[in-house]
Design a protein around this ligand. Structure first.
Ligand SMILES: Cc1cc2nc3c(=O)[nH]c(=O)nc-3n(C[C@H](O)[C@H](O)[C@H](O)COP(=O)(O)OP(=O)(O)OC[C@H]3O[C@@H](n4cnc5c(N)ncnc54)[C@H](O)[C@@H]3O)c2cc1C
Length: 291
């Protein structure tokens, strides 16, 4: 097809055998290096020549980066853990079920077999489910570099804009952390044109309810702005209120006002805001019913 290229430009391929080797390549290369994890986004970008790295650094053989750990303090997922593996992990299902739900909306089973959790958040697609859940759970991303060691950054610092994070060129994402504090429950829901598509709007909700009263709420939305957004007015309106159907309606109304949105080829901004509100009320109703 004229104007479209389906083969990547020339590049040098390096398969790192350890984290240290990967970090050394990132630190010493003077050319543009792309880290290859699941390849589900990078390879398409390279084939379309939207990405033209000089070096492709394959981390798939690096040991120790695919760990999956979950307990009552949350889930700590190694960057190379495949979405499909996390989705089937019993401890994640027990302690952080919202993560299983959110992963279940990423593409299709074949895509999830390759997609890595680190690659998904490093890619920072503004419609991706996991960045939204991270924002809702006050999650963190661990980055490592050869010269500065490891640092853990909060979601708000990590996600800057479309496909843009605070990761420096010499850094590798090593883990993604979804913390749970006592009393909190989380859920995720979205509306997409077809199941497996990126969402038109995706909402994550966290609630801490005691004696039928919402003590604290967290609400984040993806697919509506250049990065995940928290709806602080909705959160503030819920705190101290009875967890009821009336509150769900009120929260939805505020979400439809507060949620940023713009028109695109799929839906109008108004319709997108409406979807966000509907998801807020649907999640609130299901979480209160399940309490
Ligand atoms: C048909 C289809 C449907 C999809 N639907 C969805 C969807 O609904 N929701 C969704 O969220 N995603 C969706 N995706 C994208 C998919 O989840 C991607 O795989 C993901 O966004 C990137 O993960 P990856 O492991 O494949 O990373 P790669 O494609 O290998 O890399 C993506 C980017 O992250 C960088 N990177 C990767 N790993 C690291 C690391 N450890 N440290 C630093 N940088 C790193 C790479 O250099 C590259 O820039 C879909 C993909 C396809 C093909």
């Amino acid at each position: 097809m004229k104007g479209y290229c389906m083969k990547p430009g020339p590049f040098r391929y390096i398969a790192a055998q350890s984290v240290e080797e990967a970090l050394d390549v990132l630190a010493s290369a003077e050319e543009d290096v792309a880290i290859l994890a699941g390849g589900q986004s990078l390879v398409s970008l390279m084939n379309l020549r939207l990405a033209r790295p000089d070096i492709v650094l394959d981390i798939n053989r690096v040991p120790g980066l695919a760990t999956v750990q979950a307990d009552d303090s949350g889930a700590r997922i190694g960057a190379l853990a495949r979405a499909a593996v996390v989705e089937r992990d019993a401890s994640v299902g027990r302690y952080v079920p919202a993560l299983i739900t959110a992963i279940g909306h990423i593409g299709h089973p074949q895509v999830r077999n390759r997609t890595t959790i680190g690659g998904n958040v490093a890619h920072a697609d503004p419609s991706s489910e996991l960045p939204g859940l991270l924002a809702c759970m006050e999650g963190t991303v661990t980055l490592a570099s050869a010269s500065r060691g490891a640092r853990e950054v909060g979601w708000d610092e990590f996600f800057i804009s479309v496909f843009t994070t605070c990761k420096e060129p010499d850094e590798l994402v090593t883990s993604v952390n979804f913390p749970m504090a006592p009393g909190w429950r989380y859920a995720y829901d979205e509306v997409a044109t077809r199941h497996g598509d990126y969402p038109l709007a995706g909402v994550s909700m966290g609630l801490r309810v005691d004696g039928g009263v919402v003590q604290e709420a967290r609400v984040s939305v993806v697919g509506v702005a250049d990065r995940p957004v928290r709806l602080s007015s909705v959160e503030a309106a819920a705190a101290g209120q009875d967890a009821s159907a009336a509150l769900a309606r009120d929260m939805a109304g505020i979400a439809r006002t507060e949620c940023p949105a713009s028109d695109d080829a799929h839906v109008s901004a108004e319709h997108r805001r409406w979807l966000a509100g509907t998801l807020v009320s649907r999640l609130m109703a299901s979480m209160v019913d399940a309490a």
